[in-house]
Design a protein around this ligand. Sequence first.
Ligand SMILES: Nc1nc2c(c(=O)[nH]1)N[C@H]1C(S)=C(S)[C@@H](COP(=O)(O)O)O[C@H]1N2
Ligand SMILES: [Mo]
Length: 199
Amino acid sequence: MNVFSPGFQGRPRPKTDRLPPGQYLTEDFPVLSAGPTPRVDLNRWQFTVTNETGRQYAWSWPQFMSLPQTKPHVDIHCVTRWSKLDTTWQGVSLDTLLENVETQAEFAAITSYGGYTTNLPLEDLLDGKAWIVHSFGGQDLDPEHGGPARLLVPHLYFWKSAKWVKSIRLLDYDEPGFWETAGYHSYGDPWREQRYQGD
Ligand SMILES: Nc1nc2c(c(=O)[nH]1)N[C@H]1C(S)=C(S)[C@@H](COP(=O)(O)O)O[C@H]1N2
Ligand SMILES: [Mo]
């Protein structure tokens, strides 16, 4: 007997298969900020990348917005155990931003307006895995959620996705950020449940 109903293979993957261990699904979009929401004036907004030799690359808001845009459609996973599926964003791939940046560095240190920091290996920003996004669900990104622009690195726990992103420093060494210094995992892969140091 054929236990599969017609069309079975065409069915989407069950949502629970997309849930990393220890996570639950949420339909809302919780706000998690370690401090107040900074006000960032677009006329003064600047995003910079500094390589390991100190060379700086900078984009004003109009320069950033004129780069080729993509629309990532991704699942996000917060270390506080909520996951949200099928989120839709718009922004610029880090592949585009880093295209002409000369570097041999292995690590990236991210800093936000307001002072938040986080770290990750440079390769986790490349090959279509990370974006700087300015829109969520077809609307300008709310300030609470990181507007005017935030980092989006959905394959790692969401604390790596720095809101109000300001700069990326490319380094030869790993530099733990705000949560990483407070005992959270240096890498933070939700599928390996790397929540805390030692996981
Ligand atoms: N600048 C900044 N970025 C941040 C944070 C923060 O406190 N400040 N919190 C992180 C954490 S722990 C999570 S889960 C997500 C939350 O993003 P959201 O508030 O849009 O849900 O942002 C991350 N990026
Ligand atoms: Mo988080």
